[in-house]
Design a protein around this ligand. Structure first.
Ligand code: NAP
Length: 244
C-alpha cells in the first residue's frame, strides 16, 4: 500500500515516513525546499525494503498539489491509500502586530493544503472503498495560544476538516483522524527562546519535550487497518499537556 506524506523532508514528517516504511508502506515523500534531506530520507526508506520517491511541491498551491498527485500515481502505478497531511509552518505574532500576509500564508500552508490533498486522495480512496487520512493538528488548535492566532486557527480548522471528512466518507471505508502534537523536538521548536521553552516545559506533566518518533507511532496507528473503527478523532500526543 502507498502512503503520501506532505512536508516529509524534516521533523515529524520525516519520522512518520520512516515509521510507515518500517510498517511496509511504500512512501511518496513530499518536500518543498529541503531537497537534500528528502533524498537522504528516500535512501533510508529504500533501505527498509520499500519503494520510495521524492516529489517537490508547494502543497499550499492547488495546481502543485494536483501535479504531485498525478506524478505520484504515474510513478508508483497505484493510488494513495494513506495520506498524511503534515506540512506546516509558523509565522507567530500577537494579534495586533500580525500582518494579513502572515495570517494567509499560515492558513494556506497548514489548512488549505490539507483540503487540496484530501480532495485529491479521497477521489481514488472512495473508488477503492478504503483509505486513511491522518491530519497533523496541534494542541494549540484545541487550546489556542497567545501569539499564534493564525497557527491556532489553522490547526483548529484541521480538526473541523477531519471530522467532516470522517462523516462524509465513513461509509466508504475511509477514516479521517487527527494527531495533535504538543511540544516536539524539531526545527519548528528549535527557534524558540530558552525562556519560552522552559515555560512550556513547566506545563507538560511528563516533564520533557516529545520526539518526532513518538508522534509518528500515533500516526502509524491511524494509518493502519487496526484503527478501522476509529474516525473523526483527535489524539493529543503531548505528554499530558491538554487532557481535554
Ligand atoms: P519542521 O521540522 O519545520 O518541518 C516542516 C516540514 O513541512 C518540512 O519538511 C517542510 O518542507 C514542510 N513544508 C512546509 N511548508 C510546505 C509547503 N508549502 N509544501 C510542502 N511542504 C512544506 O516542522 P515539524 O515540527 O516537523 O512540523 C510538522 C507538522 O507538525 C506541522 O504541521 C506542525 O504544525 C505540526 N506540529 C509540530 C509541533 C512541534 O512541536 N514541532 C507541535 C504541534 C504540531 P521543506 O523544508 O522541504 O520546505
Amino acid at each position: 500500500m502507498l502512503a503520501l506524506i506532505t512536508g516529509a523532508s524534516k521533523g515529524i514528517g520525516r519520522a512518520v515516513t520512516l515509521e510507515l516504511a518500517r510498517k511496509g508502506f511504500d512512501v511518496a515523500i513530499n518536500y518543498n525546499h529541503s531537497e537534500e534531506s528528502a533524498i537522504t530520507l528516500k535512501d533510508e526508506a529504500v533501505s527498509l525494503g520499500v519503494k520510495a520517491e521524492i516529489f517537490r511541491a508547494d502543497v499550499s498551491v492547488q495546481e502543485q498539489a494536483v501535479k504531485m498527485f498525478a506524478d505520484v500515481k504515474a510513478h508508483f502505478g497505484e493510488n494513495v491509500s494513506v495520506l498524511v497531511n503534515n506540512a506546516g509552518i509558523t509565522r507567530d505574532n500577537l494579534l495586533m502586530r500580525m500582518k494579513a500576509e502572515d495570517w494567509l500564508t499560515v492558513i494556506n500552508t497548514n489548512l488549505n493544503a490539507a483540503f487540496y490533498c484530501t480532495q485529491l486522495a479521497v477521489k481514488d480512496m472512495a473508488k477503492a472503498r478504503y483509505g486513511r487520512i491522518v491530519n497533523i493538528s496541534s494542541v494549540v488548535g484545541l487550546t489556542g495560544n497567545a501569539g499564534q492566532c493564525n497557527y491556532s486557527a489553522s490547526k483548529a480548522g484541521i480538526i473541523g476538516l477531519t471530522k467532516s471528512v470522517a462523516r462524509e466518507y465513513a461509509g466508504r471505508g475511509i477514516t479521517a483522524n487527527a494527531v495533535a502534537p504538543g511540544f516536539i523536538n524539531t526545527s519548528m521548536t528549535d527557534i524558540l527562546k530558552n525562556d519560552v521553552k522552559e515555560a512550556i516545559l513547566k506545563s507538560i506533566p511528563v516533564s520533557r519535550i516529545g520526539t518526532p518518533e513518538e508522534v509518528a507511532r500515533a500516526v502509524s496507528f491511524f494509518a493502519s487497518e487496526d484503527s478501522a473503527y476509529i474516525t473523526g478523532q483527535t489524539l493529543a500526543v503531548d505528554g499530558g499537556m491538554t487532557m481535554i
